[in-house]
Write a protein that binds this ligand. Structure first.
Ligand code: ADP
Length: 632
């Protein structure tokens, strides 16, 4: 029973393969987490790093609150089950299960009780005296599970444990493992390439691709709200059908137009409130995604209408209770998995044949839309921005019927443009009266729907669920205003980056030797930022060495990151030149040049010319530039 915390975890193999990139996740006690993705996506590597079978290149791994990066596998209190069972062939089932306990020198009768209990849970009591070779694959995997559970580990790690079993046994074992998880009340982390296994077993699923986490969510949310096209296509059978097209706002509706076709469908604009309106121009390309159950054969008498399109049938799969009909929206061959194939789920057996042209109805309540370039959903559950029209006039920012005085730092010529207002820039301590019209809790974050002068606005992270109205404000440091594609107001950066190197230097220090203080030269490790030395704690130095190796530690190009509130003007430190004072009203910031790096910091004092900067070393991040790895 334990939680597992993965913070900025990376794995770079010695041959340079970057198998895992910036993996971040907090796994709660007793969760059943599944890592899923195609072969080579990095799921086993991640699991093996948790197990301690693979070194962690960078990042921090905690089990039950304890950093275990450098802890031996045997000390981590985990148990692992592999695809190939890894049983000792010359031992009986009993001996195989008891083996680890004997090594730990547990009393004999305690071992006996644990083995018998595990065998009972797994239904293998009658095989205890058999050898693995006398057993089926499913039974052998139960033995492997038995060997893991007698250790009563804090975390159970399972690497494709069912891949060697036939389909029927896999389904049965899936249910058994899920039951086992409930019974043991232990944290399970399970790796599979099989999305059905993931969907049926996980309390939460991590979808990975090419070493990157694509999305972490419950099975239901992954299915209903895939964050990108990859997740949409990977999760769910049959696969989601994708088409290319465009979106065009037309009054209070949006026209979804399929490319190379006259087909177009109208949906209410309210469905696309969260989308960036600049993509609703009838030109920006999107992928239109529909699941088979959201496509149906149009009922008689309803063969025309907004959401009905023509499909040429290529073949079908009769599955008994339902039929999957494959077709093409351009009259092509629906056998090809392309951007015109459509899969339709129909009830029971049906008499449609290959070559038929049928009318199908699309349930556009459940359409998925992805930007063609980024492949990200254009309808994210939590939008990053509110996209609003605005005007700057006489030093005021006007939008949604409100006027806000712009502080000195943001004063600019009169202009009409677009306001990008991050949802997290809407605060709940201002003087603009808004109605609270909705509150959705999404992965622990409250997304609040507001109406300001009758117009929609989103905000996050506030306990406004109970409120009917709210007094909101805008954090002007976070806004962007564009006019004719040019930024006339840009957000204040949130972090600074200093180029730096990891260095060692000799220092004179007083060292206690045999109870006497003596002057000695000692070696200190630290960072050289533009000629200034910053001492690194032992912990930080250790992280640098373990991520870069002793040889590369001193030659790698690094970047020191620190927040704009985590660097201060001091008597000594990094030399910088003040270029500008940015007056945001209540807060004032300095914009400086420090050896070619532009640095922002909050300062209540007037400063000009040469100053010295002191970053808060407790709060810095260190990035290795070449491989783009966050070491700290
Ligand atoms: P998965 O479990 O998702 O199939 P892995 O974690 O096994 O993927 O591998 C992720 C990537 O790391 C792949 O590109 C694989 O080729 C590479 N890889 C795995 N092990 C090693 C290794 N020992 N040395 C070098 N590259 C490796």
């Amino acid at each position: 029973m334990a939680n597992v915390s993965l913070k900025h975890i990376y794995k770079v193999y010695p041959n340079g393969t970057k198998a895992v990139n910036d993996f971040n996740m907090e796994i709660e006690d007793k969760e059943f987490i599944v890592f899923v993705g195609p072969s080579g996506c990095g799921k086993s590597t991640t699991l093996r790093m948790i197990a301690g079978l693979e070194d962690i290149s960078a990042g921090e791994l905690k089990i039950d609150g304890l950093v275990v990066n450098d802890m031996e596998p045997k000390d981590r209190d985990i148990a692992m089950v592999f695809q190939n069972y890894a049983l000792y062939p010359h031992m009986t089932v009993y001996e195989n299960i008891a083996f680890g306990l004997r090594l730990r020198k547990l009393p004999k009768d305690e071992i006996h009780n644990k083995v018998v209990e595990a065998a009972e849970i797994l239904g293998i009591t009658e095989y205890l005296n058999k050898k693995p070779k006398e057993m089926s694959g499913g039974q052998r995997q139960r033995v492997a599970l038995g060997r893991a559970i007698v250790r009563e580990p804090k975390v159970m790690l399972l690497d494709e444990p069912l891949s060697n079993l036939d389909a029927k046994l896999r389904t049965q074992m899936r249910a058994e493992i899920a039951k086992l998880h409930k019974k043991l009340e232990t944290t399970f982390i399970y790796v599979t390439h099989d999305q059905i296994e993931a969907m049926t077993m996980g309390t939460r699923i991590v979808v990975m691709k090419d070493g990157y986490v694509q999305q972490i969510d419950t099975p239901k949310n992954l299915y209903n709200y895939p964050a990108n096209k990859f997740v949409a296509g990977f999760i769910g059978t049959p696969q989601m059908s994708f088409f290319e097209g465009t979106l065009k706002k037309d009054g209070e509706s949006v026209i979804i137009k399929f490319d190379n076709s006259d087909e177009e469908i109208r949906v209410p604009y309210s469905k696309l409130y969260k989308a960036n309106p600049s993509g609703l121009d009838g030109k920006t390309k999107v992928y239109i995604g529909l699941r088979a159950e959201d496509v149906s054969i149009a009922e008689k008498g309803k063969e025309s209408g907004d959401a009905v399109i023509k499909v040429t049938v290529s073949h079908k799969e009769e599955l008994g209770s339902e039929t999957l009909i494959y077709g093409d929206i351009y009259g092509g061959d629906g056998s090809d998995e392309g951007l015109s194939r459509i899969i339709i789920k129909a009830n029971g057996i049906n008499d449609i044949s290959a070559g038929d042209v049928i009318k199908v109805a699309l349930n556009f309540e459940r359409v998925h839309l992805f930007d063609k370039q980024t492949e990200q959903s254009v309808l994210p559950r939590i939008p990053e921005y509110n996209y609003l029209d605005c005007e700057i006039k006489d030093g005021k920012l006007k939008f949604l019927g409100v006027d806000i005085d712009l502080p000195e730092a943001l004063k600019t010529a009169d202009v009409k443009g677009d306001l990008l207002l991050p949802v997290n820039a809407v605060t709940f301590n201002g003087d603009l009266k808004a109605d609270v019209v909705s509150c959705e809790k999404i992965n622990g974050i409250n997304l609040i729907g507001l109406k300001l002068n009758g117009k929609r606005l989103y905000a996050v992270e506030c306990d406004a669920a109970e409120l009917k109205t709210a007094n909101i404000g805008i954090d002007l440091k976070k806004i962007t205003v564009t006019a004719d594609g040019v930024n006339v107001i840009s957000p204040l950066p949130e972090t600074n980056g200093f180029d730096c190197r990891f260095v060692k230097r000799k220092e004179k220090a007083q060292v206690e030797i045999n109870g006497k203080l003596k002057n000695r030269k000692i070696i200190r490790f630290g960072f050289d930022v533009a000629g200034t030395f910053f001492n690194a704690s032992d912990e930080i130095a250790q992280k640098i060495f373990s991520a870069l190796g002793v040889k590369n530690a001193f030659t790698s190009q690094l970047k020191m990151e620190c927040g704009i509130y985590d660097v201060a003007v001091s008597d000594s430190g990094i030399e910088a030149n003040v270029e500008e004072t940015l007056d945001y009203g209540a807060d004032k910031f300095l914009k400086c040049d420090a050896g070619g790096n532009t640095v922002y910091l909050k300062s209540d004092k007037e400063c000009a010319g040469k100053i010295y900067l002191q970053p808060d070393l407790e709060k810095i991040g260190i990035i290795e530039k070449e491989r783009d790895i966050k070491i700290i």
